[in-house]
Design a protein around this ligand. Structure first.
Ligand code: HEC
Length: 266
């Protein structure tokens, strides 16, 4: 083999090698499959499809539209947890009336006498106070016109702060209800209520007074406001309708701000 031929052979081999390596780099062959990326097997897809169709048909045919009545055992009554009737408790007329008073109390008296009726500092307690458990006339006088100066409540003397008149802020019904609420909640008195008519006549008698009362000027401890009790107070006729049923009371303006409340229908 001549030297020239040898060189030609060499060139040829080299060019084949070069073009092969270029082809290798630009290959269009699929790359080596990676683990986990294999295509989903068709047979498994078909089995899944069959299971879905059969299962769906079964559930559809036997579920009864997922209605409770179609799925419960006959005679089964869903249980109600003890103490829950599933219905809001029926309120007696007295409770409705007292609830109206509670709304007034929360809007007006609460800030001073506290929700518990315990008072604070120079503000005396209403809880078991003799000023609320005794006669209702002096209680009405206090609420209508306010009170100032020394007053003894449950053996403790107060007088450092004044209570403003509430007659401008509250109407007769609201005063009647809040007095009934206070007497019931803090004095445990539920056999008598203060009616709107009682407060109306108290306002006529005492409402013109321009200043607050002092304790000594109040009516005697045992004097009750005069007037009939509503029919529903007597246990014999619990179903009777209260007077002024459905009327909603509003606080117009008051020392505690312009809070407007709708007392619950009584
Ligand atoms: C601004 C605070 C304030 C508000 C609001 C207020 N009170 Fe009073 N109340 C007092 C103070 C202070 C006294 C004691 C006054 C004194 O020392 O002479 C008092 C006294 C009383 C007393 C007589 C003493 C006692 O503790 O039994 C009654 C009853 C009473 N308040 C009921 C009410 C009711 C009901 C309301 C809501 C309608 C109300 N008060 C709203 C501050 C307030």
């Amino acid at each position: 083999m001549s030297e020239q031929q040898e060189n030609r052979d060499y060139d040829h081999k080299k060019s084949v090698r070069d073009s092969a390596s270029i082809a290798n780099n630009q290959t269009e062959e699929n790359s080596k499959p990676q683990q986990g990326t294999e295509p989903f097997p068709v047979w498994l897809l078909i089995i899944c499809g069959i299971i879905l169709i059969v299962g769906g048909t079964y559930v559809g045919a036997n579920s009864g539209g997922f209605e409770f009545a179609n799925n419960s055992k006959s005679g089964y009554e869903p249980g109600v947890p003890a103490g829950l009737s599933g219905k809001a408790p029926e309120l007696s007329e007295f409770e409705k009336y007292v609830n109206g008073g509670e709304a007034v109390y929360k809007a007006v008296c609460n800030g001073c006498h506290q929700a518990t009726g315990a008072g604070q500092g120079q503000i005396p307690p209403l809880l078991e106070s003799e000023w609320i458990t005794n006669g209702t006339e002096r209680f009405a006088q206090i609420v209508l016109n306010g009170i100032r100066g020394p007053i003894t409540v449950k053996g403790v003397s107060y007088g450092g702060q004044e209570m403003q008149a509430q007659k401008g802020a509250l109407n007769d019904k609201q005063i009647a209800q809040v007095m009934t609420y206070v007497r019931s909640k803090f004095g445990n008195i539920s056999e008598t209520v203060v009616t709107k008519e009682m407060v109306e006549s108290a306002r006529q008698k005492f409402g013109d007074r321009p200043t607050q009362y002092t304790a000594g000027e109040l009516s005697p401890a045992e004097t009750m406001l005069q007037g009939d009790q509503p029919d529903w107070v007597s246990p014999e006729e619990p179903e009777a309708e209260p007077e002024n049923g459905g009327e909603s009371a509003q606080i117009h303006s008051g020392q505690m701000g312009n809070e407007q409340i709708n007392s619950k229908t009584a």
